[in-house]
Design a protein around this ligand. Structure first.
Ligand SMILES: NC(=O)c1ccc[n+]([C@@H]2O[C@H](COP(=O)([O-])OP(=O)(O)OC[C@H]3O[C@@H](n4cnc5c(N)ncnc54)[C@H](O)[C@@H]3O)[C@@H](O)[C@H]2O)c1
Ligand SMILES: O=c1ccn([C@@H]2O[C@H](COP(=O)(O)OP(=O)(O)O[C@H]3O[C@H](CO)[C@@H](O)[C@H](O)[C@H]3O)[C@@H](O)[C@H]2O)c(=O)[nH]1
Length: 439
């Protein structure tokens, strides 16, 4: 099938590459000329495990191509995916201008029946708006607008796309449904379902899923904070409740708050949708509040221990990306923690396996970026662990102790056992567990 993907970011590039991998002819379109040129020259502009191999294979075989021209990119497409940004407006609502602008352009270009698929995360009613934009210029018989929200996670995006737990397709058109089913069949051969539903329910499913997961994490963060106060260990509580299949083991890991380009903006946008319909989503309002507090928790713990003024202190940081296996720093807790430390005049040394370029772009030379984890602890007064990259899980603590000015660790991801850290001679604070002082 001939497919066009408009918007070649984390979602668009993975979508385009994976559809090419199942034999489709894919053209990816992006307004960012520099990005398009890099991709045309064989460079994958984001870090996503497994993507480069698929990208190389499909570009080599000319099944995956790139252009800045919408007209050229969509000319043979039976299906056009919109994988465009939907960032938050000032009031928390989703900015639909990218989607509606492209919809208006498509209205001038489509001449044969085409399925327009909304893959971006958009509020209920957006597909109708896209439909109306097109229908104001071309016959509704020339197109269908389908909602096909994407559930991939960064860091495992290729796996998630190739083996989705479910595919959601919102459409009332049998013709569009048949095309979408044909396209997705290769990805659900192990029996995972494709759920067809009405467009509005599909749009809502995406927000409900992200908001539920953000709530689950936030609930655990709240419980973790209480565990600290009552002398319980949140890791044991997590295992205790997670083994109840009604609760489930996943997404119960407490930490420094959820970040990334999706949960923060999508929870806000759903609250906003509620307000538009005179309905207060109180649970989600609390989730936002608790998460904002949680993003500061590691800096708060540090300040409580080292004092308000950090002007003579050097703080090491492990992990800057919002989660492991990505270079993405959008809404990363690290951004908030770094800003807090800078406001308190601390010197910062930081290391992340993939996200340092993005941090350099954001903070310039205010953050001293180093080339490995051990370098980030040389002469530091304390180490903050913000992202749980695997490489941080079993460090040589003897070496660390010999490098650090003081053996103090604030661990936002509960990477180590508290008893072990005490035995190794560290002052060690984590999330929802006892503080130990082995010094
Ligand atoms: N990142 C994720 O993990 C994820 C997962 C599921 C859903 N989503 C949703 O998918 C959508 C895209 O997210 P993303 O993370 O891929 O965004 P992104 O910012 O990484 O990529 C968006 C791309 O669109 C391009 N673009 C902007 N205007 C354009 C135009 N007029 N024509 C062509 N290209 C244009 C940008 O240059 C950019 O390359 C959002 O709605 C997001 O909420 C994201
Ligand atoms: O137990 C957990 C799990 C996650 N997180 C945090 O939650 C955030 C989001 O993590 P994750 O969901 O793994 O990454 P995303 O790539 O943001 O993926 C989410 O957002 C995407 C965009 O909408 C959806 O497609 C995915 O299904 C959804 O999981 C990160 O800051 C994680 O550190 C925790 O703190 N504890």
């Amino acid at each position: 099938m001939n497919i066009a993907v408009v918007g070649t970011g984390y979602v668009g590039l993975v979508t385009g590459t994976c559809f090419a991998e199942t034999g489709n002819e894919v053209v990816c379109i992006d307004v960012d000329a520099d990005k398009v040129q890099r991709m045309q020259q064989g460079e994958v502009p984001i870090y996503e495990p497994g993507l480069k191999t698929l990208f190389d294979r499909n570009t080599r075989q000319n099944r995956l191509q790139f252009t800045t021209s919408l007209e050229e990119g969509i000319k043979d497409a039976e299906v056009i995916f919109l994988a465009l940004p939907t960032p938050p407006n000032g009031d928390g609502s989703a900015d639909l201008s990218y989607i509606l602008k492209v919809a208006a352009q498509l209205a001038d270009l489509i001449t044969d029946y085409t399925v327009i698929v909304d893959k971006s995360t958009v509020p209920v009613g957006t597909a109708d708006q896209v439909h109306d934009t097109l229908a104001s210029k071309i016959s509704p018989e020339l197109f269908d607008v389908v909602s096909n929200p994407e559930f991939l996670r960064e860091g495992v995006a290729v796996d998630d796309f190739l083996k989705p737990e479910r595919v959601i397709i919102g459409t009332e058109s049998q013709r569009a449904r048949n095309i979408m089913e044909r396209l997705y069949k290769p990805f659900v051969r192990q029996g995972n379902p494709i759920y067809f539903m009405d467009v509005r329910s599909a749009e809502m499913t995406k927000y409900a899923a992200n908001s539920f997961l953000a709530t689950k994490i936030t609930f655990m963060n709240d419980i973790a904070n209480l565990c600290e106060r009552v002398g319980a260990n949140v890791d044991q509580v997590r295992i205790g409740i997670g083994s109840d299949s009604r609760i489930g083991k996943r997404f119960l890991f407490p930490g420094v708050g959820y970040g990334g380009s999706c949960f923060p903006k999508d929870v806000e946008a759903l609250v906003r949708t509620g307000q538009d319909y005179d309905y207060d989503l109180r649970i989600l309002q609390s989730v936002i509040e608790v998460n904002n507090r949680q993003k500061r928790i590691l800096a708060d713990k540090l300040v409580q221990y080292l004092g308000e003024d950090l002007c003579n202190k050097t703080i090491g940081i492990w992990g800057l990306a919002f989660k492991p296996n990505t270079d993405d720093i959008r809404e990363a807790p690290a951004l908030y923690i770094i800003q807090e430390l800078l406001d308190r005049h601390a010197t910062i040394k930081a290391y992340d396996p993939e996200a340092m370029e993005n941090i350099r772009t954001r903070f310039g030379d205010q953050v001293h970026l180093v080339s490995d984890a051990y370098e980030a602890v040389i002469d530091v007064d304390a180490l903050l662990i913000i992202t749980e990259w695997s490489v941080f899980r079993t460090p040589n603590f003897e070496v660390m102790k010999s490098l650090m000015k003081q053996p103090i660790i604030f661990d936002g991801r509960n990477l180590y056992e508290t008893d072990y850290m005490a035995k190794k001679g560290f002052y060690y604070e984590s999330i929802g567990r006892e503080v130990v002082d082995g010094g």
